[in-house]
Ligand binder design. Structure first.
Ligand SMILES: Cc1cc2nc3c(=O)[nH]c(=O)nc-3n(C[C@H](O)[C@H](O)[C@H](O)COP(=O)(O)OP(=O)(O)OC[C@H]3O[C@@H](n4cnc5c(N)ncnc54)[C@H](O)[C@@H]3O)c2cc1C
Ligand code: SF4
Ligand code: SF4
Length: 355
């Protein structure tokens, strides 16, 4: 899952008034559907003391295949009536982008090696239930305890570091859910094409039930029953039954919502990138082998990179890539085998400063 996010400055009094909060209180909204329904995505909006964090998520492969960047969807998101009312008048503090792993690909036994313990996003201990910071913190605590013991023995062999897994098992439920996440991941990757077909239908139905954050703008809202029938059930029925039933299950419409207000002034990608601190390294941390680019079908790197680092050069038919503005989100590493990706050397690269 790729996320693009902005931290938006807003005075504390305005935040308290808009979100109905007392001083030192905060709140969080999560939404599904528009504008990330076709990329299997979601929205999160949470308050900080003197800023808001607004993030838009999308499945990396769906963003890449869809040909519409998450960045442009983010601009749509800020025009959504509910989101607009929350963020209007705010100013950009920092732009961010990152991938969040949903775990499962790594085998449990590979999370520990000689001199190595994998934690958090790198470890595969995330899944749809336990995602993000909590499993990251649990891993960190167990790893710290293991390293403390290893230091006392001055022994960092895998045999000793396996204590990490024993502690995880004893003190958390993450070991069981690691196995479950791996099973789910394999299940999903096998059925991905079929699921992709149904995902936008499921998102539309969800959209109808998450009315607050996901309201259609200026579109007719199809009824959930109609969407569900025409999107999924119809395909599963034998043809004769389909012909009989379909005319009676109309897609239908209920509410058509249009809003009339001043657009949010978008700052544009250049200003977004100017809000990020990037310490330039001496060597490129990403190298692109351009030999496959002229034959590449959809040049997914161009729409997928949230920093806009990939461009197609029409004149000489090559891909132009600039590693210097890299947000280290990891997307191009995931989508393209021609990308040779590593983190910048220690102390270099991007530094996100705000939550
Ligand atoms: C937009 C967005 C919103 C999110 N919202 C939530 C949320 O609301 N709740 C939630 O629970 N989770 C959320 N998550 C997920 C959560 O942030 C991550 O799952 C979590 O931060 C993972 O923690 P980690 O310690 O494994 O990795 P990270 O937080 O990514 O930490 C890895 C660290 O390693 C450093 N590093 C990398 N390479 C090197 C190197 N070579 N040398 C030294 N240091 C290096 C990086 O700079 C980084 O500080 C969100 C993620 C995103 C992108
Ligand atoms: S780097 Fe080249 S091969 Fe890879 S997605 Fe971009 S255009 Fe295609
Ligand atoms: S170059 Fe790759 S890793 Fe860097 S921001 Fe773009 S997609 Fe993310």
């Amino acid at each position: 899952m790729l996320a693009v996010k902005e931290v938006l400055d807003l005075p504390p009094e305005t935040i308290e008034e808009r979100f109905n909060l007392l001083p030192n209180e905060g709140c969080c909204y999560t939404g599904f559907g528009y504008p990330s329904d076709d990329v299997g995505g979601a929205v999160s909006l949470y308050t900080n003391r003197d800023s808001l964090s607004l993030a838009l998520f999308g499945q990396v492969d769906m963003v890449a295949a869809g040909g519409v960047s998450l960045h442009s969807k983010y601009i749509q998101l800020k025009e959504h009536p509910f989101i607009h009312a929350c963020v209007k008048g705010s100013t950009l503090r920092e732009y961010q982008a990152h991938i969040i792993s949903d775990g499962g690909r790594i085998r449990l036994k590979d999370t520990v090696g000689n001199g190595v313990i994998l934690c958090g996003d790198a470890s595969g201990f995330n899944n749809v239930v336990y995602v993000g910071v909590p499993p990251g913190m649990a891993c960190g605590m167990m790893a710290a305890e293991t390293v403390e013991r290893a230091l006392k023995k001055n022994d960092f062999r895998r045999k000793t570091l396996k204590q990490y897994l024993a502690l995880m098992k004893e003190k958390t439920t993450l070991v069981e859910s690691h196995a479950e996440a791996r099973k789910q991941s394999i299940w999903f990757s096998k059925r991905r094409p079929k699921l992709k077909q149904y995902r936008s239908t499921i998102a539309s139905v969800l959209d109808n039930y998450t009315y607050n954050v996901s309201t259609f703008m200026g579109k007719e809202r199809p009824s959930s029953g109609g969407v569900l029938y025409h999107g999924i059930i119809k395909d599963l029925l034998p043809a004769p039954l389909r012909w009989i039933v379909s005319p009676f299950v109309r897609k239908g419409t209920d509410v058509a919502l249009t809003m009339d207000y001043d657009s949010v002034a978008d700052v544009g990608r250049e200003d977004r990138m100017a809000s990020v601190i990037i310490q330039k390294g001496t060597h490129p941390h990403i190298k692109v082998d351009g030999s496959a680019c002229p034959e590449c079908d959809n040049r997914q790197c161009i729409v997928s990179c949230p920093a806009g680092n990939y461009e197609w050069n029409e004149q000489d038919g090559t891909i132009l890539f600039n590693h210097e503005g890299c947000l280290e989100c990891g997307t191009c590493r995931y989508i393209c085998d021609s990308v040779d990706w590593s983190y910048p050397s220690h102390g270099m690269g991007v530094r996100f400063r705000w939550g």
